[in-house]
Write a protein that binds this ligand. Structure first.
Ligand SMILES: Nc1ncnc2c1ncn2[C@@H]1O[C@H](COP(=O)(O)OP(=O)(O)OP(=O)(O)O)[C@@H](O)[C@H]1O
Ligand SMILES: [Mg+2]
Length: 653
């Protein structure tokens, strides 16, 4: 190696290369011309490459270009040296330049092979063209999208404002100009805070940051009242929807702003009206007013409902309204039927027993109205309930009072009619007894006359016998009293008087009337027997009424024995106390008796078997006895004839 270097550097006189070419001008010119052309070309190429690298800053592998440039430059120099060595035998310099060229070319070749895979991976021109085309398409598409966005934004019925990350207004539509009173030029490029009232501005950038941290469509300021600021300084309520929009300039936010002034005013009016309505409804305490949904669930409740039914609002809202109905009504599905009727006819009304929370019942007047929305869809029911227990009670009492009044009037009228009838019957009977009565009267009158004559005789004597005369006068007085008493009794029976009850001895009552019928008995050849038990308890009774009963029974007995000729006619009047300690009076005859077919009809009004009979005698007797709390009945005797009997309760007062 050392000997190679020393041989290389040892001074040697070389001969110019032209000699080898015999200095022939043609060949020299050919070499010089060709080498010069190559050298010029080789020198120009690196500059072109350097210029290219300098201009194309985005070049993929600039070092390859630089190496290649250096390599070509070196090659050019070797050609220059070929020209020089034609005349100057400077072969050492030429060799060094060749060496440099060799090194650079090897390095270039190495670098090129090394870069080859990367270079091959570079997109081809066709690929780049394709990429370019799709890029162009994409750009066109974006432009179209942006244009479409602009159109949509413009056509939107609401104000639309697009802002960038910094809060600068990028785009607005005509509605924005109209609502806020600014022109488009005044808005675009300005911070969006100009549309926000002063007092709300401080939060705005923070809200924007939050939005961009998680950009997704959402309403702005949920739950808060938002306001917009107009150019004239006035504020108005707004609702804002935020939408992220991806643009070439990055993510923007497109805000849709709705002026809700009118809606707010309507809401306020509605709220006020609802407030007035609820004050009104809640102020009503005499009526339960509440609403139920279409399924019968209670949705609200007023104070009247609480007062009447006992439930508090929080206890009942959400419950089914059937809990107000009775067990029986629930079992009969009345609540559901009520809703169905109300839904069908728009209205349902009923009066029924309802149940309070404590289980007590009340009479309810219930009205259910179906509630429908504007499109006619059933949205629920309004139910109004009134407690009418007291009213119903009062009406019932009134009705009862009315009925009892009518009854008492009817009873009074009946009593009067009966008294009238009894009176008529008595007078009629007395008419029939005229003979008896006059006969009875004629006796004391005849005695008076006889005694008066006797008295006169005793007085007309020479020596008047005053004792005898006095005795006669006393007899006259006795007979006068007897006659007077008789007339009093007849007048008593004739008199039309209201029944008056007084403590009486029944035996005395019987004894009083017998004389009035004595002649009647005698003329019909009827023997009267009295079986009066002594010392009977006093009864509280109407003397005239009882006398009428006895007269009627005696007269009927006389009539019943009229056809009897084959046996003695006997009438027995008895009085005693029965097993129940009541006074029992019996009038027993031995007449025709009671036929089976007539047995049930004897006491019916107007039943008679007699040609001149009215058929009222027994009917009047029974009602007189019953008005004394007693009973009257008739039976056939075991022997011929019938017995009529009545009971009277003892006076325990
Ligand atoms: N003691 C009696 N024995 C058999 N039948 C009798 C007797 N008393 C009443 N009756 C029957 O009962 C009927 C009704 O008697 P009631 O006294 O009511 O009417 P009346 O005697 O027929 O007529 P009046 O109204 O004038 O009394 C009689 O017509 C008679 O048929
Ligand atoms: Mg009679």
């Amino acid at each position: 190696m050392m000997s190679y270097l020393s041989a290389l550097l040892s001074p040697v006189d070389y001969i110019p290369h032209g000699i080898c070419l015999l200095w022939q001008p043609e060949i020299i010119a050919l070499h010089v011309g060709s080498d010069a052309a190559i050298a010029i070309a080789y020198y120009s190429i690196p500059f072109a490459l350097i210029y290219f690298v300098w201009k194309r800053t985005d070049l993929a592998f600039p070092s390859i270009f630089v190496l290649t440039g250096a390599f070509i430059l070196a090659c050019g120099t070797t050609h220059v040296m070929s020209i020089v060595t034609l005349w100057q035998p400077d072969y050492r310099l030429e060799g060094i330049i060749k060496l440099i060229t060799a090194l650079v070319s090897v390095a270039t070749a190495f670098a090129m092979w090394q870069t080859m895979p990367l270079a091959l991976a570079l997109p081809s021109t066709a690929q780049l063209e394709q990429a370019n085309r799709s890029l162009a398409d994409e750009i066109a598409e974006r432009k179209r999208a942006q244009a479409a966005l602009r159109l949509v934004v413009e056509a939107a019925p609401n104000a639309m404002v697009m802002i960038d990350r910094s809060g600068k207004i990028v785009m607005v539509n005509t509605q924005t100009e109209r609502i806020f009173g600014y022109s488009r030029a005044e808005l675009v490029g300005q911070p969006v805070e100009m549309l926000v009232p002063e007092r709300l501005r401080s939060h705005h950038p923070e809200l924007r940051t939050t939005f961009f941290a998680d950009p997704r469509p959402r309403p702005m300021g949920a739950g808060r009242d938002l306001y917009g600021l107009k150019k004239d300084g006035s504020e108005f309520p707004v609702e804002i929807g935020l939408n992220p929009i991806e643009t070439d300039e990055g993510t923007m936010v497109l805000s849709a702003i709705v002026d809700i002034t009118a809606r707010k005013a309507a809401e306020l009016a509605l709220r006020e009206s609802e407030q007035r309505y609820s004050v009104l409804v809640d102020g009503v305490t005499d009526y339960a007013i509440y609403m139920i949904d279409p399924n019968g669930i209670v949705t609200n409740w007023n104070r009247g409902a609480q007062r009447i039914k006992g439930y508090r609002t929080e206890e009942i809202v959400g419950q089914h309204f059937s809990c107000f109905f009775t067990e029986e009504d629930r079992a009969a599905n009345v609540p559901q039927q009520a809703l169905e009727i109300a839904a069908r006819d728009s209205w349902y009304e009923a009066e029924a027993w309802h149940v309070r929370k404590d289980g007590s019942r009340f009479v309810a007047n219930v009205v259910i109205d179906a509630l429908r929305n504007d499109s006619g869809q059933l949205i629920g029911f309004a139910k109004i309930t009134r407690d009418i227990t007291e009213r119903v009670q009062r009406a019932r009492e009134l009705e009862e009072a009315r009925i009892s009044l009518v009854q008492s009037r009817a009873e009074e009228a009946l009593r009067r009619a009966q008294a009238e009838l009894a009176h008529v019957a008595r007078v009629t009977t007395l008419g029939e007894m005229t003979a008896s009565i006059s006969h009875e009267l004629s006796q004391p009158l005849a005695a008076i006359r006889t005694n008066a004559e006797a008295c006169l005789r005793w007085l007309n004597r020479e020596m008047p016998n005053l004792d005898q005369a006095r005795y006669s006068v006393e007899q006259i007085i006795n007979d006068g009293n007897r006659a007077g008493e008789l007339i009093r009794r007849v007048r008593g029976l004739m008199k039309k008087s209201d029944t008056q009850k007084a403590p009486l001895d029944i035996n005395h009552v019987i004894s009083e009337v017998i004389p009035l019928m004595q002649l009647e008995l005698d003329s019909h050849r009827v023997a009267l027997r009295m079986e009066l038990a002594p010392a009977l308890p006093v009864i509280l009774a109407d003397r005239v009424g009882l006398q009428q009963v006895i007269i009627n029974l005696v007269m009927n007995g006389i009539d019943a024995m009229e056809p009897i000729t084959d046996r003695p006619r006997e009438l027995v009047i008895g009085s005693r106390q029965d097993k129940a300690d009541q006074i029992l009076v019996t009038v027993e005859d031995c007449g025709v008796g009671i036929s089976a077919e007539n047995a049930d009809r004897l006491f019916s009004p107007f039943f008679t078997t007699k040609s001149g009979g009215m058929g009222m005698g027994l009917r009047i007797c029974r009602s007189i006895i019953e008005s004394h709390g007693g009973r009257m009945s008739a039976t056939n005797n075991s022997r011929p004839g019938a017995t009529f009997q009545f009971t009277l309760p003892e006076d325990r007062s």
